[in-house]
Design a protein around this ligand. Structure first.
Ligand code: PBG
Length: 332
């Protein structure tokens, strides 16, 4: 029978909360959240991030009780981003694989305290290079692929040795997933997972993050367009994802988040691999700024955004709003 009015009234199933709940097509819970955190060297430190109102960078001792409380409420995983002092940055980024470096020791401390909390580490050289680029540059400022991959592989191994559950290469070099997977197999890290930022676009929405990790001034207006993807492209994302799956990725990230959900929806039907999305710093700051001016309802808008991620096909979302969302879900 052809559906038509008045036999079909679409509003019938929207007429009361109970029926809206029953016909709801997607769900969202604390299980879907990954909390990205910024860590500082030293002790007893917390510093507000100017371009991300409400967010701070913490030394590990200060961060521990915060993530402990969230973990108790069901948080499954955090993603760690380090702030590396200028004196530790270099051309060859060798601090990236220092077994006693900031990330490596943070992983050990967090694992010891919360063995069941998943720890995701970022694989990229931008915190460690003088240039602020994700890789090693030549004399023209061009990021060298294979040289960078060998450093990334050492970095990933040092994270695995420290106890990271998931390494997440966010650098967009070619061939890095294969190189890291090979090193993991060789060194018997059979269960260390690789979450590949397979389709990471050269986006302007990363601005506040670069302030948070102090890399924007080093970048000095030079762009990441020779390795991150052109935001005008779709098919290229499929190629990238296909390569990373074949190289041994366990999950992929499409990044940024909300403006790129068309990519998630298209990829979802093509590949059978878990897809995470990253609700990036600029997206956080946009909602936050509007909320601070009372232009939008913060809680309602953020929860709506989370359903949008799920509707598009994301398995999980990295979002700076994680603590707030956990509090809201708890009080609902
Ligand atoms: C760098 C990295 C970036 C982000 C995560 N890892 C920034 C960049 O590529 O310049 C951005 C995250 C955000 O904006 O929240 N490896």
């Amino acid at each position: 029978m052809k559906k038509s009015y008045p036999n079909t009234r679409m509003r019938r199933n929207r007429s009361a909360k109970f029926i809206r709940n029953l016909v709801r097509e997607t769900s969202f819970s604390v299980d879907d959240l990954i909390y990205p955190v910024f860590i500082l060297p030293g002790k007893n430190k917390e510093e507000p991030i100017k371009s991300m109102p409400g967010k701070k960078r913490y030394s590990v001792d200060t961060l521990l009780p915060i993530i402990g409380r969230l973990h108790k409420k069901g948080l499954n995983a955090i993603a760690i981003f380090p702030i590396i002092g200028k004196e530790k940055k270099s051309k060859d980024a060798k601090e990236a694989f220092n077994s006693r470096g900031l990330v490596q020791s943070a992983v050990k401390k967090i694992k010891k305290e919360y063995p069941n909390l998943g720890i995701i580490t970022d694989i990229a050289l931008d915190p460690y290079t003088l240039s602020g680029h994700d890789g090693i540059i030549d004399s023209n400022g061009y990021v060298l692929n294979d040289k960078t991959v060998s450093v990334l592989t050492k970095q990933a191994l040092s994270h695995a040795e420290a106890g990271a559950d998931i390494v997440a290469p966010s650098d967009m070099m070619d061939g890095r997933i294969l190189a890291i997977r090979k090193a993991f197999e060789k060194n018997k890290f059979h269960n260390t997972k690789i979450l590949s930022y397979a389709a990471k676009y050269a986006s302007n929405f990363y601005g506040p993050f670069r302030d948070a990790v102090d890399s924007s001034k080093n970048l000095n207006d030079s762009s990441k367009e020779t390795y991150q993807m052109d935001f005008a492209n779709i098919s290229e994302a499929s190629l990238e994802i296909n390569l990373d799956i074949n190289e041994g990725a366990d999950m992929i990230i499409i990044k940024p988040g909300l403006p790129y959900l068309d990519i998630v929806a298209k990829i979802k039907n093509k590949f059978s691999i878990p897809i995470f999305s990253y609700h990036v710093s600029g997206e956080y700051s946009m909602i936050k700024s509007a909320a601070l001016k009372n232009y939008i309802d913060e809680k309602a808008s953020v929860l709506e955004a989370m359903y949008c991620f799920k509707r598009a096909g994301c398995n999980a979302v990295l979002t700076y709003y994680t603590p707030e969302i956990i509090k809201w879900l708890d009080s609902n």
